[in-house]
Design a protein around this ligand. Structure first.
Ligand code: DLZ
Ligand code: SF4
Length: 545
């Protein structure tokens, strides 16, 4: 569970069932492909010599357990890795692949690399820069440890290199996503008319906040039936990670590029046209609505950001989807996704250690069990357990908003997000949770905390109708906890936030409240935070973590 954790495994070579090395006098390169690098055009595979070179892939216990990943997340990554290795082999490439259940598997990248090096005796190692600071630290030691040159290539699956982002960030004091996004639009030409944005505006979000009409039925989502490889991985995960969070089955995620492309096609044809309108809506029993659900594929490499953005742009150009939807979708990928990656690499490792709002409460058990009387939280945790997925507004405005208002410890919240969501890798999860959700970076990433009372949740969802609490009540036993915690959050953080111009309005309202009302808020909030939310079925989904 340690972000900075190193592995101290033995580097002694052991036997492996990987193919034996071929004899030859030319240079042999061992080419590393990590579990989130499953892209055929990966820079580490560039210029591969099929006769000499060997691809290295390892299922590593250290990676599957450093947070208690959702079972479906482990299945997706391991099954996608196995399928990717098979595809490389069918091209005639040599792949050194270590399975998790190989008795000789040492459990770490470093240990498995040592075994592969002993077997294949490469002249050099070639890698693509990893997605995680923790793994980058590990990688930084390999050349010295193994006495071999290690070439680390840029991850050109991203639009913006780390160096490019640093140059952009160096030029300004505060860096807001919106300006970064405009530069990326200009650089890529996506949704541009010459040097002007398509439709005359950069951002159409004002058209994107509609409440979902009660009778609108979102498209049914595709499921991909597990094949023999996936079923084998599911059996392994069921046995080895039974205590991890989340349902193992039904598992319907794509694990191959071909199926991921089909999922992308389905999104573009059936969902994208209404994606913008209902982007922020939430509905009981509709975990996916019009969302793309392609982030797991983008983040492990089955799809590339370029092809996804181009497919969306094509839908606009052919008149299939409106500009507000296409622009909103492209902004998520070309803007937000690239921006958070830039922030991550620019500010790690110190970024993870900040705690600007001095939040220290432990994560409540209901984040794992869903056993709370707050219907909104219970719905989102339940869907997360079932699907390893919740859409952005559920993550931001339900579980995230609760974590922010309740002052939960950033590290605990971050580990939760990293563990439970199928698309969560450190580079994307950390800035989203630490900066956007929790404001723990003090405003580096977001200009204000995304704090909201029950009224927002009621406006954007149908959760409140089925809740034990009353969203209209502001105090007393029935009052919606978000209403009480919202004002308590503002009171507690007065010194830190009252000066923020974007918080001026709520602070003006707070200042008009009587001292008695404020004292009541504090009393009720503390009573709630100290166990006032009486669970209905305590321990039903208790986990052994
Ligand atoms: C998240 C993950 C999991 C669960 N398992 C593996 C694995 O067995 N082998 C692997 O190469 N990568 C895995 N990953 C992804 C890594 O933890 C890590 O996020 C990436 O390698 C990025 O540095
Ligand atoms: Fe959530 Fe409050 Fe609505 Fe209940 S009343 S669902 S706790 S916002």
């Amino acid at each position: 569970m340690n972000r900075m954790g190193r592995d101290f495994v033995s580097l002694k070579p052991r036997l492996s069932y990987a193919p034996p090395p071929l004899n030859g006098s030319m240079m042999t390169s061992l080419r590393l492909v990590l579990g989130d690098q499953l892209t055929r055009s990966l820079s580490a595979l560039d210029g591969m010599d099929p006769a000499q070179d060997v691809v290295f892939m390892a299922e590593a216990a250290q990676e599957t357990t450093y947070v208690p990943h959702h079972k479906q997340k482990i299945v997706l990554i391991l099954s996608a890795m196995r399928h990717f290795a098979e595809e490389l082999k069918s091209e005639g490439l040599r792949v050194h692949y270590v399975r998790l259940d190989d008795p000789a598997n040492s459990g770490s990248f470093t240990g498995e690399l040592a075994r592969a090096i002993a077997l294949h005796k490469p002249d050099r190692l070639i890698a693509t820069e990893p997605g995680e600071w923790r793994v980058a630290q590990m990688m930084g030691e390999w050349s010295g440890q193994f006495g071999l040159p290690l070439e680390i290539r840029e991850d050109d699956r991203f639009f913006c290199s780390r160096g490019r982002f640093a140059r952009w960030a160096d030029e300004r004091k505060s860096y807001r996503m919106e300006f970064f996004y405009r530069e990326m639009r200009r650089e890529t030409g996506l949704l541009m008319q010459g040097d002007k944005p398509e439709g005359g505006e950069w951002n159409f979000d004002k058209e994107n906040r509609k409440a979902l009409p009660a009778r609108l039925a979102p498209p049914k989502r595709q499921r991909f039936e597990p094949d023999a490889i996936t079923r084998e991985v599911m059996a392994l995960v069921g046995e080895r990670f039974a205590h991890h969070f989340g349902d193992l089955a039904p598992f319907g995620w794509a694990v191959t590029r071909a199926d991921a492309l089909e999922a992308l096609d389905h999104f573009i044809s059936a969902c994208l046209p209404l994606y913008g309108d209902y982007q922020d809506a939430m509905k009981v029993g509709e975990p996916f609505l019009y969302h793309s659900i392609i982030s797991p594929y983008l983040n492990c490499g089955l799809l590339t950001a370029r092809e996804v953005c181009m497919a969306a742009e094509r839908a606009f150009r052919t008149g299939h989807a409106p500009l507000n939807a296409v622009e909103g979708f492209i902004r998520q990928i070309l803007g937000w996704r690239e921006y958070v990656r830039g922030i991550y690499w620019r500010h790690m490792p110190d970024y993870a250690d900040t705690n600007a709002l001095d939040a220290h409460r432990p994560l409540p058990e209901f984040f794992w069990t869903g056993d709370t009387r707050m219907n909104c939280v219970s719905q989102v945790v339940g869907e997360t357990r079932q699907n390893a997925y919740a859409h952005h507004i559920q993550r931001l405005m339900i579980t995230g908003n609760f974590a922010l208002l309740a002052g939960l410890e950033p590290r605990a919240v971050e580990e939760w997000y990293l563990a439970v969501y199928i698309d969560a890798f450190d580079w994307v999860e950390l800035p989203n949770t630490h900066g956007m959700v929790l404001f723990a970076d003090g405003g580096l990433l977001a200009s204000k905390p995304y704090a909201a009372s029950g009224a927002y949740i009621n406006r954007m969802s149908d959760y409140c109708g089925g809740c034990a609490y009353d969203v209209k009540e502001k105090s007393g036993a029935k009052a919606c906890p978000f209403n009480i915690l919202y004002w308590h959050f503002l009171i507690e953080n007065h010194a830190r936030l009252a000066g923020n111009p974007r918080m001026a309005m709520p602070y003006r309202t707070l200042e008009k409240m009587s001292a008695e009302r404020r004292a009541e808020i504090t009393r009720e909030a503390l009573a709630f935070l100290e166990g006032g939310d009486k669970p209905q079925k305590a321990g039903q989904f208790a986990l052994d973590l």
